[in-house]
Design a protein around this ligand. Structure first.
Ligand SMILES: Nc1ncnc2c1ncn2[C@@H]1O[C@H](COP(=O)(O)OP(=O)(O)OP(=O)(O)O)[C@@H](O)[C@H]1O
Ligand SMILES: [Zn+2]
Ligand SMILES: [Zn+2]
Length: 848
């Protein structure tokens, strides 16, 4: 197959990309990714006749006046039209064969095709920065091939020189860089040695930088034979109490001393101070070992089914909150590790990883490694390298960890698979880790487990199990959907561990509170529950939904929410610039209206923008409950490294009564002493102007509620809302996932929204407000003659201006089973002037 442009064309229709030289086709050209700072394109090179090259090999190629490292990406049967064939240079050499397994490249190619992204951008996401740049090419002798009197065979002085230099060193091994400096005509000389098989070249993966070292203090003897003063004796005693070894900085702090004092002790021979290397993998406190728990019947059944899987399969592990899904993962992984295989575990956000990683570390020790984008560049690099070298067997990480080059993957797990942080909104590729995980599982031919208490509708409709769902319309609908996607096997953990009940959910009508004279943001119920916390020495979690600028408008007297007349969504409040009129707008069709002074339904003047953030709630708490000790847990308070862990540890140690936070605390927290969960205003979740608002609200509320009552003491959940009759609220109250899904699916079907339909969102932005609007219009017009395609917009994004860029978007909607042949994306991109940037978001999750 001829691919004329790497970025978009042929791959856009999802044809398989030819990866290998097949017997019948001969390719003469190959595209490579050169390792050169600032170069973001693929370059075409000629394939030398005698050299076998495969995609994924690491090459050297001439580039300008230099020779640089490159990765072979894919073959071309014709050179690019704009390049004269005689101008195309040849690949010089293969440095390392099969550096990445071919399935890895296939994965990256699939992502490029599906997400309409130039391959190079996919590679950027997948590989840590500067992988090739820091790799070292080295030359080493193969003494077994070198005959006696070898010097006499070599005619080139360069080859002779190289041979001598290599032989002068015991391992016969030097970097190209060094040899190049020493020997004139190195390339030519090296070639001779390689041809004779007297030497081989190889690639050494770099250490990211010089190993980091730190001073450590070690106890040598306790000073029995030396005269020591009291202070010195104390220091040695303390050092001994800490296992006889501390970092210098720690030692100074713990022993309340100074480095000179310690040096004094060193001179007396009592201690030793020396440089010690610190490995830049995420440091975690030592964790006591842990045994496999004896499983409940439901867990046993699920585990047996998982163990019986052979090769690729998709499984939905649907377990209510606190049902012990993690234990099932752990026991599914354990036998694989014994066989030398490995497992990849994806989790939504870092906030939840400390506890989860601790559980994995407790079970599998140092076979576990954590990989996520919050690691520093050095840590990320070192971790990636360890994974690549097969030094770990379990990788736990956030969405980008799906790209880690873990060898021998035999199981992939997505925990909390419904979570939207698995989707990348920008930059491109706008991939969803669940989609990529499915492809990877297919390519690795291993099972994929999707675990959740509240599976997303996409997963739910793919479940294929007789009798697992109700009768009638919904079932027909699902059956027709299933014909288009691979089905999921369904495993369920319907009960909490030890048959603990799910906590009762109390819904408080805040309209009523207001009517009865309570103007506080806390209902009387919640106030009373908060008061009891300290008395009973129990802990609580207060959930506050706060989504930046975007918010909705509702009437405090009657609960009426301002909605769009053309679409089934609430209107968003737009705050463009200071001093401009307040505006309400629909994000789907661009309907707009001014903000009314009175409620259109009951004429009450109490229209309110919703969205009091954690900070305001914390202030309010301090005022009303001065004795309550609280920890704020949100993006602001967890910005520093290790902050998640510290705050959660403080809370787990009982240093606070209440954890006040956002979404982050809905995920996977397992704290047995938490009995109370309060949701300050559920409405903030319910009326987002997004077709997924209900699904997401249900998931979040159910997950938050699920943090209560996981220990001995029964839990209690209080949800405050102005719309207690909302179907989401009802479903949360009754813990009824199934009815909620069925109702929601019917609505999606009616409007052709996912999972029944598919969406592609085009996001445009520019510093020029007029130009971006015009471009959006032109692009939308370009799509208008396409059949089977519904175009919504163009419309401005909900926050029109971000960082001085004006943002517009176009939503393309089409039936899931009838993917229209979309325009050549390159042509679409050409419609964008240089000042307007375009992101193609496939299967978008955030439409605002
Ligand atoms: N078989 C078992 N016997 C005893 N305790 C168990 C068993 N399985 C799990 N547990 C414990 O029950 C608690 C809840 O389990 P876990 O956190 O795995 O649930 P989960 O399904 O992942 O919950 P969520 O979806 O709410 O995060 C944990 O403290 C775990 O150690
Ligand atoms: Zn009203
Ligand atoms: Zn609308």
């Amino acid at each position: 197959m001829y691919i004329k442009d790497v970025s978009l064309s042929a791959v856009a229709v999802g044809e398989p990309v030819e990866l290998y030289q097949s017997k019948t086709t001969f390719y003469s050209w190959i595209e490579v990714l050169v390792d050169c700072p600032g170069s973001s394109d693929l370059f075409t090179y000629k394939l030398p006749e005698q050299l076998e090259i495969k995609p994924g090999d690491i090459l050297t190629v001439p580039f300008g006046a230099q020779q640089v490292g490159a990765i072979a990406i894919r073959f071309l049967s014709q050179p690019p039209a704009d390049l004269a064939p005689e101008k195309i240079r040849e690949v010089e050499d293969v440095v390392s064969r099969g550096f990445f397994p071919s399935t890895y490249w296939e994965l990256l190619n699939r992502i490029a095709a599906y997400y309409y992204t130039p391959l190079i951008q996919v590679i950027r996401v997948a590989l840590p920065p500067g992988l090739l740049g820091r790799s070292q090419r080295r030359l080493r002798l193969k003494p077994e091939n070198i005959p006696n009197g070898a010097e006499n065979f070599l005619r080139s002085t360069a080859a002779l020189q190289i041979l001598k230099i290599l032989q002068s060193q015991q391992d016969g091994d030097y970097s190209f860089k060094y040899l190049k400096r020493q020997v004139k005509g190195f390339d030519w000389g090296k070639k001779q040695l390689l041809e004779r098989g007297w030497a081989e070249n190889y690639l050494e993966l770099p250490r990211y930088s010089k190993p980091q070292t730190k001073l450590a203090v070690m106890l040598v003897n306790n000073g029995l034979y030396t005269k020591l003063n009291k202070r010195q004796q104390e220091i040695l005693k303390l050092l001994g109490d800490h296992g006889g070894e501390l970092w210098l900085t720690e030692c100074v702090e713990i022993c309340k001393t100074t480095p000179p004092t310690l040096r004094g002790l060193e001179q007396k021979g009592c201690i030793l101070i020396e440089e010690r290397e610190i490995l830049r993998r995420e440091q975690s406190p030592l964790i006591a070992g842990d045994q496999a728990k004896s499983l409940t019947d439901a867990q046993t059944h699920a585990l047996e089914r998982i163990r019986s899987l052979n090769g690729f399969a998709k499984v939905l592990l649907h377990g209510v909150t606190g049902s012990g899904k993690t234990e099932v993962y752990l026991q599914a992984i354990a036998p694989l590790l014994k066989e030398g295989k490995s497992a990849l575990v994806l989790v939504p956000e870092i906030g939840l990883t400390p506890q989860l990683t601790d559980r994995f570390r407790a079970r599998f020790g140092n076979k576990v490694q954590v990989y996520h984008s919050a690691l520093s560049e050095g840590e990320r690099y070192d971790t990636w390298r360890q994974i690549f070298m097969g030094e770990v067997q379990v990788v736990i990480g956030t969405r980008s960890a799906i790209f880690t080059p873990l060898p021998n993957v035999d199981l992939i797990i997505l925990d909390e698979e419904h979570d939207s942080s698995f989707k990348q909104d920008s930059p491109i590729p706008t991939y969803h880790a669940r989609t990529v995980a499915q492809w990877r599982a297919e390519l690795e031919n291993c099972p994929l487990i999707l675990g959740s208490a509240t599976p997303c509708l996409e997963s739910w409709v793919s479940v294929k199990e007789e009798g697992s769902r109700g009768e009638g319309e919904i079932n027909n609908l699902i059956t027709s959907y299933q014909s288009t996607v691979p089905s999921l096997q369904y495993l369920s953990l319907p009960e909490r561990i030890n048959s603990r009940p799910l906590p009762p959910v109390e819904i408080v009508d805040m309209r009523q509170e207001l009517q009865e004279g309570n103007r506080s943001i806390f209902s009387r119920s919640l106030q009373e529950a908060l008061e009891q916390l300290q008395e009973r020495k129990q802990q609580g979690i207060l959930f506050i939904h706060r989504r930046g600028h975007s918010t909705f408008v509702s009437c405090r007297s009657c609960g009426y929410v301002l909605e769009c007349p053309n679409c089934d969504v609430s209107l968003a409040y737009h705050h463009v610039e200071e001093g401009t009129p307040q505006l309400l707008r629909c994000h789907y069709c661009n309907y707009g209206r001014s903000h009314p002074p009175y409620c259109p339904k009951c004429s009450s003047p109490y229209l309110k923008f919703f969205g009091s953030g954690t900070q305001r709630v914390a202030q309010e708490l301090n005022k009303q409950f001065p004795h309550l000790r609280l920890i704020r847990f949100d993006r602001d308070t967890t910005r520093n490294k290790g902050a998640h862990r510290n705050l959660l540890t403080q809370f787990a140690n009982g240093e606070a009564d209440l954890l006040v936070g956002t979404q982050m605390l809905s995920k996977g927290l397992d704290l047995p002493q938490v009995t109370l969960v309060g949701v300050v205003a559920a409405d903030g979740l319910l009326h987002l102007s997004d077709y997924r608002a209900s699904e997401r609200a249900f998931q979040t509320l159910t997950q938050v509620a699920g943090r209560a009552g996981r220990g001995e003491d029964p839990g209690r959940v209080i949800v405050q809302t102005y719309t207690p009759e909302h179907p989401v609220i009802e479903a949360v109250k009754t813990h009824d996932y199934q009815s909620f899904c069925d109702a929601e699916l019917a609505q999606r079907q009616a409007l052709n929204y996912p999972p029944m339909g598919r969406l592609i969102l085009l996001r445009l932005s520019s510093v020029d407000p007029i130009q971006v609007q015009n471009t959006a219009q032109i692009i939308a017009t370009n799509f208008s003659d396409q059949e089977g395609l519904e175009i919504l917009g163009p419309a401005p994004a909900s926050i029109l201006r971000v960082a001085n860029r004006y943002r517009w978007q176009i939503l393309l909607k089409f039936a899931a089973d009838a993917l229209p042949t979309l325009s050549d994306w390159q042509e679409i991109r050409v419609l964008c002037p240089a000042t307007v940037s375009l992101t193609i978001d496939v299967d978008p999750i955030n439409i605002m």
